[in-house]
Write a protein that binds this ligand. Structure first.
Ligand code: ASC
Length: 151
Protein backbone atom coordinates (compact mmCIF):
# COMPACT_ATOMS: atom_id res chain seq x y z
CA UNK A 1 0.00 0.00 0.00
CA UNK A 2 1.32 3.42 -0.87
CA UNK A 3 1.85 5.99 1.83
CA UNK A 4 -0.78 8.16 0.18
CA UNK A 5 -3.33 5.36 0.28
CA UNK A 6 -2.54 4.59 3.92
CA UNK A 7 -2.98 8.23 4.85
CA UNK A 8 -6.16 8.55 2.82
CA UNK A 9 -7.64 5.51 4.56
CA UNK A 10 -6.62 6.81 7.98
CA UNK A 11 -8.27 10.16 7.28
CA UNK A 12 -11.41 8.44 5.98
CA UNK A 13 -11.58 6.15 9.02
CA UNK A 14 -11.19 9.10 11.36
CA UNK A 15 -13.79 11.17 9.53
CA UNK A 16 -16.28 8.30 9.44
CA UNK A 17 -15.76 7.67 13.13
CA UNK A 18 -16.58 11.25 14.15
CA UNK A 19 -20.37 11.00 14.27
CA UNK A 20 -20.16 7.93 16.47
CA UNK A 21 -18.25 9.73 19.21
CA UNK A 22 -21.48 10.99 20.74
CA UNK A 23 -23.39 7.78 20.05
CA UNK A 24 -25.98 7.31 22.78
CA UNK A 25 -26.56 4.03 24.62
CA UNK A 26 -30.09 2.64 24.71
CA UNK A 27 -30.91 -0.01 27.31
CA UNK A 28 -34.05 -0.98 25.43
CA UNK A 29 -35.62 -0.12 22.05
CA UNK A 30 -38.26 2.12 23.68
CA UNK A 31 -35.44 4.32 25.01
CA UNK A 32 -34.26 4.95 21.45
CA UNK A 33 -37.80 5.96 20.44
CA UNK A 34 -38.11 8.32 23.42
CA UNK A 35 -34.70 9.79 22.61
CA UNK A 36 -35.48 10.57 18.98
CA UNK A 37 -38.98 11.85 19.77
CA UNK A 38 -37.60 14.05 22.54
CA UNK A 39 -35.02 15.60 20.23
CA UNK A 40 -37.60 16.15 17.48
CA UNK A 41 -39.97 17.83 19.96
CA UNK A 42 -37.23 20.14 21.21
CA UNK A 43 -36.35 20.95 17.62
CA UNK A 44 -39.97 21.88 17.04
CA UNK A 45 -40.12 24.10 20.15
CA UNK A 46 -37.13 26.12 19.02
CA UNK A 47 -38.19 26.13 15.39
CA UNK A 48 -41.65 27.38 16.36
CA UNK A 49 -40.07 30.25 18.31
CA UNK A 50 -38.13 31.21 15.18
CA UNK A 51 -41.26 30.78 13.06
CA UNK A 52 -43.18 33.19 15.26
CA UNK A 53 -40.58 35.84 14.52
CA UNK A 54 -40.30 34.96 10.84
CA UNK A 55 -44.08 35.26 10.41
CA UNK A 56 -44.47 38.42 12.49
CA UNK A 57 -46.46 36.71 15.28
CA UNK A 58 -43.66 37.68 17.67
CA UNK A 59 -41.41 40.73 17.58
CA UNK A 60 -38.06 40.12 15.88
CA UNK A 61 -35.26 39.96 18.42
CA UNK A 62 -31.90 38.90 17.07
CA UNK A 63 -30.63 37.64 20.42
CA UNK A 64 -33.69 35.41 20.86
CA UNK A 65 -33.35 34.22 17.26
CA UNK A 66 -29.69 33.29 17.73
CA UNK A 67 -30.35 31.46 21.00
CA UNK A 68 -33.17 29.42 19.49
CA UNK A 69 -31.24 28.72 16.30
CA UNK A 70 -28.32 27.47 18.42
CA UNK A 71 -30.61 25.05 20.27
CA UNK A 72 -32.16 23.99 16.98
CA UNK A 73 -28.71 23.25 15.52
CA UNK A 74 -27.76 21.24 18.61
CA UNK A 75 -30.98 19.20 18.59
CA UNK A 76 -30.92 18.66 14.82
CA UNK A 77 -27.87 16.42 15.21
CA UNK A 78 -29.59 14.04 17.60
CA UNK A 79 -32.77 12.26 16.48
CA UNK A 80 -31.13 10.11 13.80
CA UNK A 81 -29.21 7.95 16.26
CA UNK A 82 -32.55 6.88 17.73
CA UNK A 83 -33.77 5.24 14.52
CA UNK A 84 -32.03 1.98 15.36
CA UNK A 85 -33.03 -1.44 14.03
CA UNK A 86 -35.53 -3.08 16.34
CA UNK A 87 -37.61 0.09 16.71
CA UNK A 88 -39.40 -0.15 13.35
CA UNK A 89 -42.71 -1.19 14.91
CA UNK A 90 -42.63 0.93 18.07
CA UNK A 91 -43.96 4.14 16.57
CA UNK A 92 -46.75 4.39 14.04
CA UNK A 93 -45.29 7.70 12.82
CA UNK A 94 -42.00 6.23 11.59
CA UNK A 95 -42.38 4.72 8.13
CA UNK A 96 -40.55 1.52 7.15
CA UNK A 97 -38.72 3.52 4.46
CA UNK A 98 -36.48 4.93 7.20
CA UNK A 99 -34.88 1.48 7.36
CA UNK A 100 -35.36 0.35 3.75
CA UNK A 101 -34.02 3.62 2.27
CA UNK A 102 -31.28 4.38 4.75
CA UNK A 103 -29.12 6.35 2.33
CA UNK A 104 -31.99 8.66 1.44
CA UNK A 105 -32.93 9.03 5.11
CA UNK A 106 -29.36 9.91 6.04
CA UNK A 107 -29.21 12.42 3.19
CA UNK A 108 -32.40 14.04 4.48
CA UNK A 109 -31.03 14.27 8.00
CA UNK A 110 -27.82 15.84 6.69
CA UNK A 111 -29.75 18.30 4.54
CA UNK A 112 -31.69 19.39 7.62
CA UNK A 113 -28.49 19.88 9.59
CA UNK A 114 -27.02 21.97 6.77
CA UNK A 115 -30.18 24.10 6.68
CA UNK A 116 -30.04 24.47 10.46
CA UNK A 117 -26.47 25.75 10.23
CA UNK A 118 -27.57 28.29 7.61
CA UNK A 119 -30.49 29.31 9.81
CA UNK A 120 -28.08 30.10 12.64
CA UNK A 121 -25.90 32.16 10.29
CA UNK A 122 -29.02 34.02 9.13
CA UNK A 123 -30.12 34.65 12.73
CA UNK A 124 -26.74 36.18 13.46
CA UNK A 125 -27.10 38.73 10.64
CA UNK A 126 -29.76 40.55 12.67
CA UNK A 127 -31.87 40.90 9.52
CA UNK A 128 -35.46 39.69 9.55
CA UNK A 129 -35.55 39.03 5.80
CA UNK A 130 -32.54 36.74 6.11
CA UNK A 131 -34.24 34.91 8.97
CA UNK A 132 -37.45 34.54 6.96
CA UNK A 133 -35.61 33.09 3.96
CA UNK A 134 -33.57 30.64 6.03
CA UNK A 135 -36.62 29.64 8.06
CA UNK A 136 -38.49 28.90 4.84
CA UNK A 137 -35.80 26.66 3.38
CA UNK A 138 -35.34 24.87 6.69
CA UNK A 139 -39.10 24.25 6.91
CA UNK A 140 -38.98 22.85 3.37
CA UNK A 141 -36.31 20.42 4.48
CA UNK A 142 -38.44 19.37 7.49
CA UNK A 143 -41.38 18.83 5.17
CA UNK A 144 -39.43 16.88 2.53
CA UNK A 145 -38.31 14.38 5.17
CA UNK A 146 -41.78 14.15 6.73
CA UNK A 147 -43.36 13.57 3.30
CA UNK A 148 -41.08 10.59 2.65
CA UNK A 149 -40.56 9.14 6.10
CA UNK A 150 -43.33 10.16 8.51
CA UNK A 151 -46.94 8.98 8.63
C1 ASC B 1 -42.66 23.42 11.45
C2 ASC B 1 -42.73 22.16 12.10
C3 ASC B 1 -42.42 21.22 11.21
C4 ASC B 1 -42.08 21.85 9.93
C5 ASC B 1 -42.91 21.36 8.82
C6 ASC B 1 -42.63 22.13 7.56
O1 ASC B 1 -42.85 24.50 11.95
O2 ASC B 1 -43.04 21.94 13.35
O3 ASC B 1 -42.38 19.94 11.43
O4 ASC B 1 -42.30 23.25 10.13
O5 ASC B 1 -44.26 21.47 9.13
O6 ASC B 1 -43.57 21.89 6.62
Amino acid sequence: MTLFRTLALAVAAFTLSLPSLAQPTFAKPEDAVNYRQGALKKMKSHFDRLGAMASGRAPFDSKVAVENAEEFVAQARLPWAGFVPGTEKLSNKARPEIWTEQVKFKDSSEKLQAEAAKLLVAAKTNNLDNLKAAFGSTAASCKACHDSFRN
